[in-house]
Design a protein around this ligand. Structure first.
Ligand code: UD1
Ligand code: CA
Length: 477
C-alpha cells in the first residue's frame, strides 16, 4: 500500500539532515528597511507561503548545520527579534551603512569563533540547506579562506556582477551602480551567499571603505580583499537561479512566493496527490496530504492541516488547522479548526468553524454553519442551518433552516439532540435544551422545553382554515 503522508518543510525537497555543529557559525543580514518594498514592515518579515522571509533563511542556515545563527537587525529590530524568537543570537545595526558594516556589527559575537562563518542576506527566501552545506563542504575540501555561490542569469539587473581574472578566479564583485557598461553585460552574478574564514573576515571588515556609488561599506569588497591577502577564494556556479532570488520589491516577493508554492505543490504531487491546477493551489508548509487525495482548483490549505487519502478538496475551498478524514469531500466550503471523520461531506457553501467535529458519513449542505459542536455518524444537516455549541447524535436529520439559539446576549448555552431524531425545518431551539433520541420536532416549532425520547414536539401556532375567505376578499377589492 502506498502511504505517502509527508509534510513539506520550508526547505522541502532539499532538506539536508546533518547534526548541527558548533564549528559552523552563521550570519544573516536583515537590518535593512527594504526601501523598495514601500512598506512599514521590515523587508525580512514579509511572508512567502505564510512564513517571514528571514525565518525561511534562518531555517535553511540551521538546516546546513549552524546551531545558532546570528541575525543582524536594524530597522524595527524589536519586531524582527520578537518574530524570530530566542533560537537565534542578534546583533544590532543602528544605521544601515551597508552589508559590510552590517556584518561588522556581529564582530563581538563572532570574535571567539575559529572556523568558517556563513553569511547570507535575509531576503533570499528560496535558499536551501543543501546549497549552503555545499559551500561549507567546498570551503573545507579546498582549504579556502572564502567560498561563495554565483549563478548565471539573463536578467542580471540589480545583482553584483562577478569579475573573473584571466585564470578564471573571482577577482572582484562589482555592484551594478558601480559597474562600467561593459561590466554590466556580465551575466554571472552574486547571490551574496558566502562562507568566510571567520577570523580573516573579522580582520577585513573594519578595513572596508565606502568610496563607491552608494557611499556604503560593501561586504562584496571583502572577497577581493581575501584574494589581495593571498587567501584562496572558490566560487561555485550553481545552476538553479531561483534559489538565490533576492527579494527587493513586492513583485519579486510575489514571484518568490509563486516559486515556493510550486515547490510545495510539486512535492505533494510526487507523493501521490492529484493537484488539478497547481497555479491556483495554495498549500502551507505544515500541511500533510495522503496519497490519492485530490485538490481541485482555487483552494487554500493552511496551518496544521491533515488530509487523508481519497479526500476531495475544492474547488473554491479554504481549510485551516483542520483534519479531513479518508474519502471526505469538501466542496466550495470554509473549514477552520474543524475535524471531519471518514466519508463525511460538506458543501457547497458550508462554514465549519472552530470546534466542529463531524463523525463518519455526516452530510453538511449549503449555507450550513456549525461551531463548537459534535455531530454523530450518519447525521445530515443539508440546508440553511446554524448549529452552535451542540451535541447531535447519530442518524439524526436536521431540517432546512434549523437554528440553535445558543447565545442569550451574555452567555453561550448548549443544545443536545439525541440519536435517530428528526428536527423539522425552520425550527428554533432555545438553548440550553435537550431533544431526546428518537424524538421529532414539528417543522416551524420554537422549542423552549426539553423534548423527551420518542416524543413529538409541536411548538407553533395552530393553523385555522376559513373556508371561502380568500374568494370573498378578492370580490370586495
Ligand atoms: C546585495 C549585494 C549584491 C548581490 C545582492 C544579492 C552588497 C553590497 N551587494 O545587493 O552584490 O547581488 O545582494 O541579492 O552586498 N543589509 C543590512 N544592513 C545594511 C544593508 C543591507 O543588514 O546596511 C541587509 C538587508 O537587510 C538585506 C541584505 O543585507 O537582507 C542585502 O541588502 P540589499 O540592500 O538588499 O542588497 P542588494 O542591493 O540586493
Ligand atoms: Ca537584496
Amino acid at each position: 500500500m502506498v502511504h505517502a503522508r509527508k509534510a513539506v518543510t520550508p526547505q522541502g525537497i532539499l532538506q539536508y539532515s546533518m547534526a548541527p555543529s558548533s564549528s559552523f557559525a552563521g550570519l544573516i543580514l536583515a537590518a535593512g528597511k527594504g526601501t523598495r518594498m514601500k512598506s512599514d514592515l521590515p523587508k525580512g518579515l514579509h511572508e512567502v507561503a505564510g512564513v517571514p522571509m528571514v525565518q525561511l533563511v534562518c531555517q535553511a542556515v540551521k538546516g546546513a548545520g549552524v546551531e545558532r545563527p546570528i541575525v543582524v537587525v536594524g530597522y524595527r529590530g524589536d519586531l524582527v527579534r520578537e518574530t524570530l524568537g530566542s533560537c537565534n543570537d542578534y546583533a544590532e545595526q543602528v544605521e544601515q551603512l551597508g552589508t559590510g558594516h552590517a556584518a561588522l556589527m556581529a564582530a563581538d559575537l563572532l570574535k571567539g569563533h575559529e572556523g568558517p562563518v556563513l553569511v547570507t542576506p535575509g531576503d533570499t527566501p528560496l535558499l536551501s540547506s543543501t546549497t549552503l552545506r555545499a559551500l561549507f563542504e567546498t570551503y573545507e575540501r579546498e582549504g579556502a579562506k572564502a567560498t561563495m555561490a554565483t549563478f548565471v542569469t539573463v536578467e542580471p539587473k540589480g545583482y553584483g556582477r562577478i569579475v573573473r581574472d584571466e585564470e578564471g578566479y573571482v577577482a572582484a564583485i562589482v555592484e551594478e551602480k558601480d559597474a562600467t557598461s561593459e561590466q554590466r553585460q556580465i551575466l554571472e552574478v552574486n547571490p551574496a551567499v558566502y562562507v568566510f574564514d571567520c577570523q580573516t573576515l573579522l580582520e577585513i571588515l573594519p578595513t572596508l571603505g565606502n568610496t563607491n556609488a552608494q557611499g556604503e561599506y560593501y561586504l562584496t569588497d571583502a572577497i577581493a580583499e581575501v584574494r589581495r591577502r593571498g587567501g584562496k577564494v572558490v566560487a561555485t556556479v550553481f545552476d538553479d537561479p531561483d534559489e538565490f532570488m533576492g527579494v527587493n520589491d513586492r513583485w519579486q516577493l510575489a514571484e518568490a512566493a509563486r516559486i515556493m508554492r510550486m515547490r510545495i505543490v510539486r512535492e505533494h504531487a510526487m507523493n501521490g496527490v492529484t493537484i488539478v491546477d497547481p497555479t491556483s493551489t495554495y498549500i502551507g508548509f505544515d500541511v500533510e496530504i495522503e496519497a490519492d487525495a485530490t485538490i481541485q482548483p482555487m483552494t487554500v490549505i493552511e496551518g496544521n492541516t491533515r488530509i487523508a487519502r481519497g479526500a476531495s478538496i475544492g474547488p473554491n475551498t479554504w481549510i485551516k488547522d483542520s483534519k479531513v478524514g479518508q474519502g471526505c469531500s469538501v466542496f466550495m466550503s470554509h473549514v477552520d479548526q474543524a475535524e471531519m471523520e471518514e466519508g463525511s461531506r460538506c458543501g457547497p457553501f458550508s462554514n465549519l468553524r472552530p470546534g466542529t467535529k463531524l463523525g463518519r458519513k455526516v452530510k453538511v449542505g449549503n449555507f450550513v454553519e456549525i461551531k463548537n459542536s459534535q455531530i454523530g455518524e450518519g447525521t445530515a444537516a443539508s440546508h440553511l442551518a446554524y448549529i452552535g455549541d451542540s451535541t447531535v447524535g447519530h442518524d439524526t436529520n436536521i431540517g432546512a433552516g434549523v437554528i440553535t439559539c445558543n447565545y442569550d446576549g451574555f452567555d453561550k448555552h448548549r443544545t443536545q439532540i439525541g440519536d435517530h431524531s428528526f428536527v423539522g425545518s425552520n425550527s428554533t431551539i432555545i438553548a440550553p435544551r435537550t431533544i431526546g433520541s428518537g424524538a421529532m420536532v414539528a417543522a416551524g416549532s420554537v422549542v423552549n422545553q426539553d423534548v423527551p425520547e420518542d416524543a413529538l414536539a409541536i411548538g407553533r401556532a395552530r393553523q385555522e382554515n376559513k373556508e371561502g375567505w380568500a374568494a370573498a376578499w378578492r370580490k370586495r377589492h
